[in-house]
Design a protein around this ligand. Structure first.
Ligand SMILES: [Zn+2]
Length: 114
């Protein structure tokens, strides 16, 4: 497996492992349900299906895919303000942060919004 393959595996692992942290610390009593809601943040990657190619290791998701642009990201942080949508918002923000870190690791191109 090449370097890019390793980066992709690490990235996927982080997408599943990082949400465990708030679930096990902040929501210990309901960690499994909370973890499930945090993982819902992964669903915004459906916007990759609109892109060609669907996945490009040298391309940064942030600012490129429609659900990874500024206005949706602001909306995700607003979701965190309300108790009922807080976990969904938190999962989405974790996703965006991990994608942003991924941009650095793959030395991908940062696209500006629009
Ligand atoms: Zn993503």
């Amino acid at each position: 497996m090449g370097h890019i393959g390793t980066v992709v595996i690490v990235h996927l692992l982080l997408h599943f492992l990082v949400p465990l942290l708030p679930a096990l610390t902040l929501y210990r009593k309901k960690w499994l349900v909370s973890y499930g809601m945090l993982l819902a943040g992964l669903l915004i990657d459906v916007d990759h299906l609109l892109a060609d190619p669907i996945y490009d290791p040298g391309r940064c998701s942030i600012g490129f895919h429609p659900l990874h642009t500024a206005i949706p990201i602001v909306a995700y942080s607003l979701l965190m303000l309300f108790p009922k949508t807080r976990l969904i918002g938190m999962g989405l923000i974790i996703h965006v942060v991990l994608d942003a870190i991924d941009c650095q690791m793959t030395s991908g191109i940062w696209y500006t919004a629009g």
